[in-house]
Design a protein around this ligand. Sequence first.
Ligand SMILES: Cc1ncc(COP(=O)(O)O)c(C=O)c1O
Length: 377
Amino acid sequence: MRQSSRSKVAPFIVMDVMEQARVLENSGKNIVHMEVGQPSSPALSHARSKVVSAISSETLGYTVALGLPELRRKISLLYGKWYNIDLDPRRVIITSGSSAAFILSFISLFEAGDKVGVTEPGYPSYQQILKSLSINPVGLQTSKNTQHIPKLEGNNLNGVIIASPANPTGSILSKGSLTSLVNECVDREISFISDEIYHGLHYDLPCTSALEISDNVYVINSFSKYFAMTGWRIGWMVVPDSHVRLIERLAQNLFICAPHISQVAALGALKSISEAETLKGIYKVNRDLLLNALPKLGLELEAEPDGGFYLYLNVSSKTNDSLALAQDILVNAGVAVTPGIDFDSKRGNTTLRLSFARGTDEISEGIDRLTRYFSEL
Ligand SMILES: Cc1ncc(COP(=O)(O)O)c(C=O)c1O
């Protein structure tokens, strides 16, 4: 049977690495997981207890397409606490993770053939989702020298998607830099999408929401990272008032609603912020352990890890084939890591991403294994 050309997207390499790690684990090998950006801890305690009681007492059928009104309201209150913004809950839309919010955003904002700027390095699925919708991603190269701030001019863009803190770099755009980017986009009618999935996970610098700068933007967020709920597939987006009905019609038809049980869990998670902060404390310890180990490993940072839970490393002194290096580290050191080509097709052959979202014991073991591996390389 025919396969459409727009369906021929590149694999999400980190998911392939996860699968290879699983096969090795099934054959009895112990693997330290520093590949995927997900906490090893379960959902926060109020999330779990709410789910247990809802399962025995509620039908859990479809919810309305925009999500449980109570959850939308509680999320709008978070904007008050985090950014001092008075956000109308009507503008908050519950989605199946930020991934579903990308699909809704790209369809609502762009025509087939439009050009959307994405940073390189950057989260790879933006490009592949855009391609699958016949929208053209335009790589905006960023580097340590320019504090990973993308330049928009000269690309004739219809839109841009920016994450701060970013994946894989962990870099945070200062409020000034984000303000310049948002204002440039609003002035030039370039649709601005702010992926704020790593908000809450900032160590040295504060995170700025694009909503602090303008209401004329899309903001996407998720319960996956700060709230440690990757597998629950629950997130949200905030859109201008005039776009709510547009997104509602798309969401009704594309998804019906986000999983009801996960919406219940999300309501609980919002009551467990202090637990989320404890987890963040663990990531900070892990980050500092890794940063201290870098000289021993003989590796350098490609970016300052201001937030999120990744180190993006320059491995040009070891290889110009990051995929082969990551495979070798997995098989011979028993550490799963992600090759940079997942995030940057042009320069990612000399970079690796390490995730430090697991427990500190596992990260320490990973550091020991990597130290042995690189000392023998
Ligand atoms: C920058 C970024 N955005 C979005 C996602 C996907 O998140 P979700 O689990 O909410 O779909 C990830 C996952 O790693 C990510 O790194």
